[in-house]
Ligand binder design. Structure first.
Ligand SMILES: [Zn+2]
Ligand SMILES: [Zn+2]
Length: 378
């Protein structure tokens, strides 16, 4: 059949395998083509949906996503158990490493690094961690606004200068430095897709987040006895385990993805907006957290604020990735393959004709197993 949107002859299906248009949509043509209701990396979701896993783990199919959600939930439950048992130090360490460890498993699962695991992991997670360690140590040596001992994540009553530094200067500085390791990745031409850039940026951001959090709490850890009566750490644990790593990783992911788009010759308003959004979200997160802590407002409001900022950032990442996938999946050639999302055996070019997933976001093993077919059977 002939696609109304890209005018190619394509096999029958709900989605056009060349341009990804949703043939099942009635009404406006633009709605079928931009298909905001069918997120290209995970077509059962809308683009505007603050879902964590289908955003920062874009290569995973339906079933794998569920496994990762479960693993994350189990990790959070483990942190809670350690906390209730009074093992606050252990709870803090698990909180810092939970998302980064899940991401390592994901990188292995999707083989995003293809044949270069050491180089890619070194330049993303490793490079991010080194950047985080060096920057955080230098900042603390030159300027330490935390004279009070005890819980170093709480600095009620800091000066306006310290507030501006922590809420404005430091986030901007971090957003400028965090993407660097991923941007200097050797053999970049082997990873041309924007979805690759996004994942590398996220990995670098997580490496940075681990190093930063470890330095931040290192002053408190030796002072804490092995068993502590659970105090007000529960909110900080939520920040450490969920919001801090998500903010640091998705902001850097977006910056690196925008640079990847630029290298493909497509820097438009959407990508420039992504970089601006990453910086604004980071400033809003840091400044808002400091201000709310400062006025000793209920800690729950700090978490609500962090969730709102991170949720908005994730939605912008999805918007950027969705359009990058729709544009970049167009010319893959016809091949027999199995869709990693709906598990149907398909003859497809860029998109699964059955569920509409962009096949550039398929795991490397699935891409390798593609068997090219010469003609379209229609
Ligand atoms: Zn089409
Ligand atoms: Zn499919």
């Amino acid at each position: 059949m002939r696609c109304d949107h890209c005018a190619n002859d394509v096999p029958d299906g709900v989605f056009c395998t060349r341009c990804g248009a949703d043939q099942g949509t009635t009404g406006e043509l633009s709605r079928a083509k931009t298909r905001r209701h069918r997120y290209a990396a995970h077509p059962t979701e809308h683009v505007v949906q603050p879902s964590v896993f289908t955003t920062i783990f874009p290569h995973l199919g339906q079933q794998k996503i569920h496994e990762f959600r479960w693993a994350f939930a189990v990790g959070l439950a483990g942190i809670l158990v350690l906390y209730v048992a009074g093992l606050v130090t252990a709870a803090i360490l698990v909180a810092i490493f939970l998302v980064p460890v899940l991401y390592l498993i994901y990188l292995y699962e999707a083989q995003v690094y293809r044949d270069e695991p050491a180089t890619v992991l070194g330049f993303t997670i490793g490079g991010g961690a080194v950047t985080g360690l060096v920057l955080t140590l230098i900042v603390r040596a030159l300027y330490n606004p935390f004279p009070n001992v005890g819980n170093p994540l709480h600095n009620a009553g800091i000066s306006v200068g310290a507030l501006l530094f922590l809420g404005l200067t430091l986030p901007v500085l971090q957003e400028a430095l965090k993407p660097l390791p991923a941007l200097f990745l050797p053999k970049r031409s082997e990873f041309p897709e924007t979805v690759d850039g996004l994942v590398f940026g996220i990995a670098a951001g997580l490496g940075f987040s681990v190093a930063e959090s470890l330095v931040a709490i290192s002053s408190a850890l030796p002072a804490l006895p092995a068993h502590v009566t659970p105090g007000n750490w529960i909110y900080d644990l939520a920040t450490l385990a969920i919001f801090q790593p998500l903010l640091q990783s998705s902001a850097t992911g977006m910056v690196v993805a925008a640079v990847w788009r630029y290298r493909r010759g497509r820097l438009a308003r959407r990508e420039a907006g992504g970089v601006a959004m990453a910086v604004i979200a980071h400033v809003a997160f840091a400044l808002g957290t400091q201000l709310l802590n400062d006025v000793a407002i209920a800690q729950l409001f700090v978490l609500v604020w962090q969730a709102v900022v991170v949720g908005s950032l994730l939605i912008y990442v999805r918007y950027l990735l969705h359009h990058a996938l729709l544009e970049e999946a167009a010319h893959m050639g016809y091949a027999e393959t199995i869709c990693p999302n709906c598990h149907m055996h398909i003859v497809a070019s860029g998109f699964c004709p059955n569920c509409g997933m962009a096949l550039t976001a398929a795991p490397a093993a699935v891409k390798r197993a593609r068997k090219p077919v010469a003609a379209v059977k229609s």
